[in-house]
Structure formats: structure tokens, C-alpha cells
Design a binder for this molecule. Structure first.
Ligand code: ATP
Ligand code: MG
Length: 461
């Protein structure tokens, strides 16, 4: 790890605009106690320590930050030397995590730019498309500022004198409500890390910022680069987008920029269908509205439910195709689920512990449509019942399932056991249920049976 030589002349190192405590108005009371502890400990050990990124940005916007990131001139090893509860993580970016129970405070060492093709000491690496593969050369705070993504994300709250340091015009941009990439060369910045395009969509949707016109143009041009991003990283980013509390706006914006299709090619194709596309997309919109509502009410959300919703249209299409080709309904659905997931994980990965739940939610749809008698009662205890039922009711809202069926299950859950038995025995639900894949064949006991799902993953929806 190279420590930058402060004497090295570097092109146009900016002077910061310094905002005093009175000018910026951030109160220490708004900063997380553990983040403050880390900042003080670093400062007292003689290092420079600043709050940076979303923490400063959100405090300036008067919002509650999601997390507090710290930047320092101490190297990761030096940070580890100061905290017992510290572990070093990451390869692409080496970072220190200081742990306080379940809370993690991320401490990053100031980084030097990676754009000089000088003596490559193995700490920096770019791919053929110009993507940063490794970025571990340490530098000064000025250098650290200019290699961040957006000006509003490059503000430093200095624990030494409680001022905010602005090297990139971020405070002005925040005031004007503009999301602007740092540096003149938008294309290079987006190529270095195409995920910045998704971050632009997320921050603009969540914080109500306007994406600067040159950034918009760059995203439209380079949206296809999404396909070069590691699927595991996209999994995380997609969750951040759709669990941001502004999921519907994120979907609209992803589509507007051409970012949705390279990540979810099959879903995107389904939504483009001139006949059924609008209705299929509406189901996803209903799900995302529901997710936004839950996030804003601080209720739990599960990534599995999200992926089940995004990929529901492709599964329906794949199953219908198989049934048309003469396959039996139940194996056709099973195969459709498997093939859609298999194809999807090539662009956006879905860890097994989630994809198992995705399948359970899908499998429950047919069972909720068919169950009566003892089966209906047993379904209530299915670990994924709640998620499956929510999913069914969202489908009903979008015109993809019988609203009567949703009402029946809603009522069924509220009854006491005696009444439930009566309801279940009555068989009075869903007579007019429209099956998705054509006429239903005679029911077979076996195929309708229990799903061998796992219980892990907690509550969905
Ligand atoms: P939030 O935590 O609210 O999602 P954030 O801006 O803090 O937003 P983080 O992912 O926590 O986002 O990253 C912290 C900071 O690290 C960012 O504010 C930004 O300065 C820098 N950063 C993160 N990702 C990138 C990236 N892909 N390219 C450049 N800088 C980045
Ligand atoms: Mg953050």
C-alpha cells in the first residue's frame, strides 16, 4: 500500500470551500454515537478523521442518514490497531469495519486517483472496458474527494473543527438540487464504474435531486455496460434501488434510461408486449408501491418478495409456453420457475437462500387458488403463507388474480378455528377463477402436495 507523497505535484488540486459550524448547521447530536466514538478515537491518535458520503449529504438535507461512513488518513492496519472490535474487509476496496453490536461503522483510508497509467504497483487495476478492478492506493483528502462519484457525496465533516470541507461544489449542488458527477469526463467516470448509473437513479429518486443533463446523456449512452457488472454486485444494488422507499420512481427511471432491460432482459421483454405488457408491469408497480409503503412505515421487507415480483411475468410466460406445448400444468410451472431463475442469475445473481423463497412464493400461488378443506387450514401454517397471500392480493389488484380469492383468504385468516373449518369445507371460493395456463386438468393429489421449502430467510414481504 503506497502512501501518497504530499510533495508530488498533482494536476489541479482544488482548494476546499470551508463551511463553518454556523454556516452548515449540522449538529453533533444528529450524528450516530458510535460514529462519533470512532472519529474521536482516530483524532486523538493523531489521525485526520472525517464523516463523509451519505452521512454528511443527508444531514445537510435534514434527513436521517442510513449509515455513517468515515474517511481517514490512517491505513486500514492502523485503524485496526486502534479498535479491538475491528475487521478488515474487501479486495476491490480495502476497508476497516468497526463493529458495535450489530452496527457497523465503515472506515476508509483516503484514496489516490487511479487514472494515471504510471508505475502500476498492483494496487490499481482497470478492465478492458475501463472498469476499476482494484483501487487501493492511498492518498490525500483532496485526492480522495475527486475520486468519489457525485459532488454531493464528497463532502467531509471534519471532527477536528466541526467544519464541512467541500472540494467539488457539493454544497452548492445540494442547494440547487442537482446530482452532478465529479470531474469533466462523464464517460470515463461511468465506464470506471457503471454502477454509478444505478446510484444516480437511486439518489435522484430517493432525495428528489435532478440528474445533471450531461450525466443523463452519459447514462443513456452507456446503459448497456450494466451487463459488464458482476451479478453479485447488481443483486445488492437492485435491492438498494427497490428498497429505497422510492421504488416506483426508480423503476420508471431505470426504464427511461434503458438500465432496466440489461439487468432484467426477460421481465423487460414481457413488459414490452403490446397486448399484455401493461398489465404485467402493473403488477410489479403494485408490488413496489406496497414495498414503498412498508419501507416508509418501517416494516420489514424481504429481497425474495422483490425478486418474486420482478420475475413473475417471465415465469407466467414461460409456463404458458410449456403448457401450450402440451406439458402438464404442474411440471410446466416447476420448469418455468427453474429456467427463469437460471437465466436471471447470469445478469443479477440471487443467492440460494433467497431464490428458494422466491420459488415458494410462486408455488404458493397455485396452492392458494386451489386449496380447500384441511389443505386451506394447513396452508395457514406454511412459513411463507403471509408472503404468498400478499403476493396473491397484489396480483388481484393488478387484474392478474380473482379479487374474490384475496378477499376469501383475508376473511379466512380472521375467523376462529370453527368458522375456518366451515369456510374451508364450504368450497365457496374462487369458482370463477381464471387459470393462467388454459383449462385446468383433473386435479392430481401428488402434484398439489407439499413444497419441500426451507424455513430460513425470515418473514417475507
Ligand atoms: P447511502 O449510504 O445513503 O446509500 P452513500 O452515498 O453513503 O449513500 P455508500 O455506498 O454508503 O453511499 O458510499 C459512501 C460514499 O463512498 C459515497 O457517498 C461516495 O462518496 C463513495 N462511493 C460509494 N460508491 C462509489 C462509487 N461506485 N464510485 C465512487 N464513489 C463511491
Ligand atoms: Mg453510506
Amino acid at each position: 500500500m503506497t502512501q501518497a507523497d504530499p510533495a508530488t505535484p498533482s494536476a489541479a488540486i482544488p482548494e476546499p470551500r470551508v463551511y463553518s459550524r454556523e454556516e452548515h448547521g449540522i449538529s453533533r447530536a444528529a450524528i450516530d454515537d458510535n460514529a462519533l466514538k470512532v472519529l474521536y478515537r482516530l483524532r486523538d491518535a493523531g489521525y485526520r478523521a472525517c464523516l463523509v458520503g451519505g452521512g454528511v449529504r443527508d444531514l445537510l438535507l435534514g434527513r436521517e442518514p442510513k449509515d455513517f461512513d468515515i474517511a481517514t488518513d490512517a491505513t486500514p492496519d492502523q485503524v485496526r490497531g486502534l479498535f479491538r472490535n475491528c475487521r478488515l474487509i474487501g479486495r476491490r476496496f480495502r476497508l476497516a469495519h468497526v463493529l458495535f453490536g450489530r452496527e457497523v461503522i465503515e472506515v476508509a483510508t483516503f484514496r489516490a486517483p487511479h487514472d494515471e497509467d504510471d508505475d502500476n504497483d498492483g494496487q490499481v487495476a482497470l478492465s478492458e472496458e475501463g472498469r476499476i478492478l482494484r483501487d487501493n492506493r492511498y492518498g490525500t483528502i483532496e485526492q480522495d474527494a475527486v475520486r468519489r462519484d457525485f459532488s454531493v457525496n464528497a463532502l467531509y465533516y471534519d471532527i477536528d473543527d466541526f467544519s464541512v470541507l467541500d472540494y467539488t461544489g457539493g454544497v452548492e449542488d445540494l442547494r440547487e438540487g442537482v446530482l452532478r458527477l465529479i470531474g469533466d469526463d462523464v464517460e470515463t467516470r461511468l465506464r470506471e464504474d457503471p454502477v454509478r448509473m444505478l446510484r444516480a437513479v437511486r439518489f435522484s429518486a430517493k432525495l428528489g435531486l435532478r440528474i445533471a443533463p450531461e450525466v443523463e446523456a452519459g447514462i443513456r449512452e452507456l446503459a448497456g455496460l450494466m451487463q459488464t457488472v458482476a451479478p453479485a454486485r447488481l443483486f445488492d444494488e437492485v435491492i438498494k434501488l427497490f428498497h429505497s422507499g422510492a421504488a416506483v420512481t426508480c423503476l420508471d427511471e431505470l426504464e427511461r434510461f434503458g438500465l432496466f432491460a440489461p439487468m432484467f432482459p426477460e421481465a423487460s421483454e414481457c413488459f414490452a408486449d403490446p397486448e399484455l405488457g401493461a398489465e404485467r408491469r402493473q403488477f410489479l408497480v403494485e408490488s413496489l408501491l406496497n414495498t414503498d409503503k412498508r419501507i416508509n412505515e418501517e416494516l420489514g421487507v424481504n429481497p425474495a418478495f422483490l425478486y418474486a415480483a420482478i420475475l413473475w411475468a417471465p415465469v407466467q410466460v414461460a409456463a404458458a409456453r410449456r403448457i401450450e406445448d402440451g406439458e402438464q400444468e404442474i411440471p410446466a410451472w416447476q420448469q418455468a420457475m427453474a429456467e427463469v431463475l437460471d437465466r436471471q442469475v447470469k445478469t443479477v445473481s440471487i443467492p440460494k437462500r433467497f431464490s428458494l423463497i422466491v420459488r415458494e412464493i410462486w408455488e404458493l400461488q397455485a396452492r392458494l387458488e386451489r386449496a380447500r378443506g384441511g389443505r386451506a387450514l394447513r396452508l395457514l401454517t406454511h412459513p411463507r403463507f403471509r408472503a404468498g397471500y400478499d403476493f396473491l392480493c397484489l396480483r388481484a389488484r393488478a387484474g392478474d388474480a380473482d379479487p374474490e380469492l384475496c378477499r376469501w383468504w383475508t376473511e379466512f385468516q380472521e375467523k376462529d378455528e370453527g368458522e375456518q373449518k366451515q369456510m374451508a369445507g364450504g368450497g365457496g371460493k374462487g369458482k370463477s377463477r381464471a387459470r393462467r395456463g388454459g383449462r385446468r386438468r383433473k386435479r392430481r393429489r401428488k402434484g398439489d402436495g407439499e413444497v419441500g421449502g426451507s424455513n430460513d430467510g425470515g418473514d417475507a414481504a
